[in-house]
Design a protein around this ligand. Sequence first.
Ligand SMILES: [Mg+2]
Length: 124
Amino acid sequence: MMRVLIADDSSAIRAAVREYLHWLHIEASEATNGQDCLDMAAKSDYAAILLDWNMPVISGIECLRALRSDPAYDPTAIIMITTEDDFARISVALDAGANEYIIKPFDKLILRLKLEAAGVAIPA
Ligand SMILES: [Mg+2]
């Protein structure tokens, strides 16, 4: 089963995204901060990593830069999750190697579109 890693310090967001991913027949793993995300990414293969910007320990953008500095993650789609008032950050995230971005709030249809736009083949 395809697996996607959700890195967000909000348990409510993680729970919602996990539900959306299950609807897409994708298994969800959860990280609660950027360090947790890097540790988990090093141990398993994920088709995509969904990265919240504002997280404790290591922020989403720092986590993105760390992942993109390692060619091992070249095949991994990375999607940044921002809030509407973070709009100016989107170009920063794309410059740092994010494949796509999602603006909160979002729903399962937007998540599917963004995963596809990031090159993730959604299971039938
Ligand atoms: Mg957050």
